[in-house]
Design a protein around this ligand. Sequence first.
Ligand code: SAH
Ligand code: SF4
Ligand code: F3S
Length: 437
Amino acid sequence: MTDPKKLFVKTYGCQMNVYDSERMAEAMGAEGYVLTELAEDADLVLLNTCHIREKASEKLYSDLGRLKPLKTERPGLKIGVAGCVAQAEGEEILRRMPLVDLVVGPQAYHRLPEMVRAKGRAIDTEFPAEDKFDHLPQRRALRGPTAFLTVQEGCDKFCAFCVVPYTRGTEVSRPPARLLAEARDLVARGVREITLLGQNVNAYHGEGDGGTWGLGRLIREMAAIPGLDRLRYTTSHPNDMGDDLIAAHAEVPELMPYLHLPVQSGSDRILKAMNRKHTAATYLDLVGRIRAARPDILLTSDFIVGFPGETDADFQATVDLVRAVGFGAAFSFRYSARPGTPAAEKPPVPAALADERLQVLQALITEQQHAAQRAMIGREVAVLYEKPGRLPGQMVGKSQHLMAVHVADPTGRPGDLIRARVAASASNSLAAERIRG
Ligand code: SAH
Ligand code: SF4
Ligand code: F3S
């Protein structure tokens, strides 16, 4: 018997890429490939890339540079580029990087196995009408207690700074029947918590029994699957946060009290220039309605600092909004001009000024995160163990609010859902003691 072929996958960017990488690995598994942690051992290297900011897409070229000696040593090694840089710069990658054998865009992954089998170089960055996931074989092996499940892909919003509508295409929702079947399958393989994914996940509109389902209905039906204890979803746009979805937060116990709701800026002038189609006031009103439905919900967000034209007053409006909401955590980024997006045409804010604002915002967010963590001390939390911790006998998992929690529990196993009392807050996690009985 010959050794199985080995596949090395590196994933950059968002959770959807994580899900796609898993599905590509499963598809190549059906072709006889097993996963390896070492690019040096691999027969096929797949780089699943992100185009969202300049730094993210530059990583591809530096990683390809590092693979060059491997390819020279073993010309039989195949190197594939997938993901959003593949979609945006596929032809250029093939031209600039002779070591790349195949380029496959996010909507063409069902073609990956045949592209790998083919001799010579190949590129596919089409947006076909079919659902790529229908044609990707699935593995039946057991897996960890948490999983991602893509329910919706693409975006029609065209925020002025963002490449996603170009790299992932227009909004497409997968049919509920298929998603429920996939969720049942995940649960049968050991999954207890599913995070529903979409670039605009709350714009979900799948054709199912009785017409079009929104995300609220999908969540209600999925929550009824026996053995599925927890549901989350990400990422949401404020304008698609419908009443039924908000009500689901009040009514569905399996839906965790956590919501990532990117706002980007607190200045109406900048929000308008960003083409966000919401204002600071409509966002705050929405936050009020969500908190009325689920008072203990933890909100997180994304911010862009230094968008073209941002003044000190605009930035102050962002700081004011952060203070008004009180977030549990947030990502904040310095604006990065992306080729082909409308905002890239405008004169930039000086880098040093943008960095200064970013530091101010990040300090405020960290302060809020620590306050949210400290507020948990003494409270009971439910923890779904994911893996052993660094210390002997320790387990790590997530609370309902997606906070990392360490528990000393020598008999604990990944997949256990336990109760614990929070004893202390560290910089990015909580320490808790297990409550027995
Ligand atoms: N679909 C999601 C997330 C998109 S990307 C949404 O609509 O919120 C994740 C985050 O990256 C965005 O929320 C935004 O804050 C940031 N981002 C996107 N484009 C960017 C750019 N050109 N420069 C800096 N940050 C950007
Ligand atoms: Fe990008 Fe805006 Fe779409 Fe989010 S809503 S993916 S930020 S265009
Ligand atoms: Fe990056 Fe594409 Fe996700 S650009 S953030 S990998 S959708």
